[in-house]
Design a protein around this ligand. Structure first.
Ligand SMILES: *Cc1c(COP(=O)(O)O)cnc(C)c1O
Length: 455
């Protein structure tokens, strides 16, 4: 089964042209019968990819679209290394371990051996990290229930309706009730709501540091305090997981006073996406546990058929070591200062865009780039056109700015979101604001013409 739509009229062949240098007819959905010339095949695939969007005008994605050429060199040079094969590639394994320790330290885990034996691993992204963290929470909850002789058949996970889809996936794939708390007054989960939704079957609360919908931070410390109070009054001891997919690489550099990480006793595990503000090309993520008590042993497999005996906790088996190596390069290359400078710049650009958007008039900001370098805004009073029309209009200038409804509890509010990443500049921000103003003028002009016509 293909998950992609088929276009039967294009299914069979592409045709020769004087330009294609002799690729000839290549079927698109079946293996070609004959071997192609390497350069011709390269051109054929490159031509197809040319029609992909321009990454620098893509204000939709959180994922890294630019790295230094030195990083690309390292990636290129390590593509053939398989991260699972720790016996053949012990230095790559060591580099993964160092990255885990660096992040555990950055997130204030106090590990016994002076920060050199943190519990964690790399993943393909925050989604896989969420599966691993979620499993650890489910297994621990079940063990506690069974030990107490209690029913362990109805686990639930408490989170805001604004969680990223990976948590709903986790719940469905691992048979856990997704207890999604509708938004009520805030654009994300609040402490009172989180505690009120918990019961003896709650495996954990997930707090998001940097909501995908508007870039706002959930109040992790307040949620932790509310869960402390819940424990004091009911005895329920509910662990807290922080989905810091984006914020895990922002808050440690820009919001050092903010308590969201292992400094809070209740936080048992944290995930982050190396390929978002970790500044690495896609596929790398991280998950770190507070201590080995928080990661049940039975989830860890020992693999010995590659030579040596290696512990592994992952959904995948083979995958390239290159992204982990690129992460290590980036950590070493930028250091604390570099990350701080890059993230501050992203935040400054985001807040500048937010001010510009506000000045344009018809918009109300839900967030202004002051937490994640992300802003979300809605139309204050719809005037014959909506954010979807505006998103479409911006597309004609090359800008990709998604429009979507907020989650349950605020689903009547439609927003546009702008994500600022490394590689975006003040110049580009100015161009974007100018094109936004033109788009608004066009839509309003069309609307006025329409009204005039009907009168
Ligand atoms: C992006 C994101 C995810 C999923 O991360 P991937 O690395 O793309 O798998 C999960 N949670 C949040 C809050 C995110 O922003």
């Amino acid at each position: 089964m293909s998950l992609h739509k088929h276009h039967p009229q294009h299914e069979e062949k592409i045709t020769d042209s004087a330009f294609d240098g002799g690729v000839g007819s290549i079927p698109r959905h079946r293996l070609p019968r004959h071997t192609q010339d390497a350069d011709a095949a390269l051109r054929f695939v490159q031509d197809e990819l040319m029609l992909d969007g321009n990454a620098r005008q893509n204000l939709a994605t959180f994922v890294t679209t630019w790295m230094e050429p030195q990083a690309a060199t390292l990636i290129q040079a390590s593509l053939e290394k398989n991260i699972i094969d720790k016996d053949e590639y012990p230095r790559s394994a060591e580099i993964e371990r160092r990255c885990v320790n660096i992040l555990a330290n950055l997130w204030n885990a106090s590990t016994p051996a002076g920060g050199e034996d943190a519990i964690g691993c790399s993943t393909t992204g925050s989604s896989e990290a969420a599966m691993l963290a979620g499993m650890a929470l489910k297994w621990r909850w079940r063990a506690r229930r069974e030990e107490a002789g209690a029913n362990a058949s109805k686990p639930n996970l408490v989170m805001g309706a604004n969680v990223q889809v990976c948590w709903e996936k986790f719940a469905r794939y691992w048979d856990v009730e997704a207890r999604l708390v509708p938004l009520d007054g805030a654009t994300h989960l609040t402490a009172d709501q989180a505690a009120a939704a918990c019961d003896e079957n709650t495996i954990a609360v997930v707090a998001v540091l940097g909501s995908t919908f508007d870039g706002s931070y959930e109040p992790v410390a307040e949620i932790a305090a509310a869960l402390d109070a819940l424990q004091a009054s009911t005895g329920l001891d509910i662990p807290l997981h922080v989905d810091a997919a984006s914020g895990g690489f922002i808050a440690p550099f820009l919001d050092q006073e903010l308590l969201w990480d292992f400094r809070l006793d209740r936080v048992k595990s944290i995930n982050a996406s190396g390929h978002k503000y970790g500044l690495v090309y896609p596929g790398v993520g991280w998950v770190v546990w507070r201590s080995s008590d928080d990661l049940p042993r039975e989830l860890i497999f020992s693999v010995d058929y590659l030579g040596g005996s290696m512990p592994t906790f992952a959904l995948n088996f083979s995958r390239p070591a290159s992204q982990v190596i690129a992460q290590y390069y980036t950590l070493v290359r930028y250091g604390f200062d570099g990350y701080q400078r890059i993230q501050q710049r992203a935040r400054d650009i985001a807040t500048t865009i937010a001010q510009g958007v506000e000045k344009l008039g018809p918009f109300t900001l839900l967030s202004r780039g002051e937490e994640l370098p992300v802003l979300a805004f809605k139309l204050t009073t719809p005037d014959g056109w909506d954010v979807y029309d505006l998103s479409h209009e911006l597309r004609s200038f090359g800008w990709i700015v998604p429009a979507y409804p907020m989650p349950k509890g605020m689903a009547d509010v439609d927003v546009l979101r702008v994500v600022v990443r490394n590689g975006f500049t003040f110049d580009l921000a100015e161009m974007f604001l100018a094109d936004l103003a033109k788009s608004v003028a066009r839509l309003s002009g069309q609307q006025q013409a329409r009204v005039a016509f009907h009168h």
